[in-house]
Ligand binder design. Structure first.
Ligand code: ATP
Ligand code: MG
Length: 458
């Protein structure tokens, strides 16, 4: 077992002023009220690496009801594990009471509470039994237990607001220094407990450019089939995290190597290994690189645009086969979208709304081919929901397939003030456009040229 290592404030590089002021406020108020208040998880990891954290999570010995007493702007969520959400204008700071490792199910509630789950084999610590007697006092634990029930050593570090020290129960500091992602405990046991940890391992390692420790790496190849028992909604959320993490291409390459991607999308992956599908690999890789370029530019495309681009070649190939069998092109496209994205063998549950928006994007490709780009019908198409995304798709596709350049030129020709934006709009948390459509003032950190909007695609 690792010794607890404590680094005093002057012995490490985490500066208090890099912590978001909302998180700092929660930490300070808990501390003033006499509780332990630790910054934990990815926030500590990223700040120690000099990166900007995506979010700040807090661990404390205050019970959720006690947290609620301190903050008026607080709501308690979760059924299995109660968490306190402290609300600010733009962010929610998740504040969790230290949890015991014993019987701890995967903390799925962290991030998003899930309405449904497929796993039924997860013990509920609220009703854990000891000698046959139901007890409910083992939910909360010590800081050390809380660190040990986390997934990776680099995610198990605490920053103590009281004295600015880093507390390391799990050897995370050493692994941060050596750039190693190591599972806390036995990888096989921890992956079986919660298979989504395998996906997290590959994403976080790729994002940080860390090596996954050998045992943890090999266990992924052995156990990725366990993902079939994980919640499909949760896996979809993980997939969105991958597409928007800024290293989507690297995550794909690493998860393909390990057979993880193939487990999650079996039919699509099998097709990618046929001669026809193999020829589409450059498209898939370029799409993923494109997501990384957008992320760097501060853009968050709609999930539907990302799914359209990622699965586009397969959808188009299937639609072409259906059309060859005499199905009208538009109908064939919608059917292909449905078949590829709602495939029961996929381990992610792609929400209906996303599938519907992908149908729009791909359906518009068919409609755009049938129009001059200048007619009244074209004007109507330009005002359809999803047209901006459809045009981005066309730009990307014409970068991969020269035969679409003429079509793109037709649609890029000035159409008065109607010309739509050619870069993804900012979206809200649901992936829906954040503001009413205003093409003329759309977020556009890149020049207006066709190539620039899709980064390398032009
Ligand atoms: P990022 O937010 O940058 O994606 P993160 O590591 O902060 O990465 P979160 O989903 O925000 O990921 O989770 C916060 C912390 O909760 C993690 O750092 C880890 O300590 C713990 N955690 C999250 N998911 C799991 C899991 N499946 N098993 C064990 N611990 C987990
Ligand atoms: Mg986080």
């Amino acid at each position: 077992m690792d010794e607890c290592v404590i680094l005093k404030e002057h012995q490490h590089g985490l500066r208090r002023d890099r912590i978001a002021h909302e998180a700092l406020r929660v930490l300070t108020r808990l501390d003033e009220a006499g509780y332990k208040a630790y910054l934990c998880g990815g926030g500590v990891r990223d700040l120690l690496l000099g990166r900007t954290p995506k979010d700040f999570d807090i661990a404390t010995d205050a019970r959720p009801e006690e947290v609620k007493k301190i903050f008026r702007n607080c709501r308690i969520i979760g059924r299995r594990f109660k968490l306190a959400h402290v609300f600010f204008r733009d962010v929610i700071i998740e504040t969790a009471t230290f949890r015991a490792r014993f019987d701890a199910p995967p903390p799925e509630a962290e991030g998003i509470p899930l309405p449904t789950r497929r796993r039924t084999d997860v013990p509920d610590p609220m009703f854990a039994t000891r000698g046959g007697v139901i007890v409910r006092d083992n939910v909360y634990g010590t800081p050390e237990e809380d660190a040990r029930r986390r997934d990776f050593t680099i995610n198990g570090l605490f920053y103590n607001i009281a004295d600015g020290s880093i507390i390391d129960y799990v050897g995370g500091l050493k692994d941060l220094e050596n750039r190693v992602l190591r599972v806390i405990g036995d990888p096989e046991t921890r992956y079986r407990e919660d298979p989504v940890r395998m996906v997290r391992a590959v994403r976080i390692a790729a994002q940080l450019d860390f090596e996954i420790e050998e045992g943890a790496r090999e266990a992924i190849v052995q156990l990725c089939g366990e993902l079939r028992s994980s919640s499909r909604e949760r896996l979809h959320e993980e997939m969105l995290k991958i597409l928007n993490c800024g290293s989507a291409k690297a995550v794909f390459d690493r998860s393909w190597q390990k057979g993880l991607f193939q487990t999650i999308y079996p039919a699509f992956s099998e097709w990618l290994q046929t001669p026809e599908g193999h020829a589409s690999m450059p498209w898939v890789r370029k799409a993923l690189r494109q997501f990384d370029v957008w992320k760097q530019a501060g853009l968050k495309p709609m999930p539907a645009l990302q799914h359209a681009l990622l699965f586009g070649p397969r959808i188009e190939a299937m639609a072409a086969a259906l059309t060859a069998d005499d199905m009208p092109e538009f109908e064939a496209t919608l059917q292909a979208v449905h078949t590829v994205l709602r495939d029961k063998a996929n381990l992610t549950q792609i929400p209906k709304g996303v599938v519907f928006d992908v149908e729009r994007i791909l359906g518009l490709q068919v409609q755009m081919r049938k129009s001059s780009g200048q007619s009244r019908y074209a004007t109507r198409l330009r005002h359809r929901n999803g047209f901006e995304e459809a045009l981005i798709y066309l730009k990307f596709a014409s970068g991969m397939d020269a035969s679409r350049k003429e079509l793109l030129a037709r649609w890029m020709a000035p159409a008065g003030a109607d010309a739509p934006a050619a870069a993804p709009r900012k979206t809200d948390g649901e992936g829906r456009p954040a503001a009413p459509k205003k093409p003329e003032v759309a977020v556009r950190p890149v020049p207006r040229s066709a190539g620039a909007a899709t980064g390398e695609a032009g």
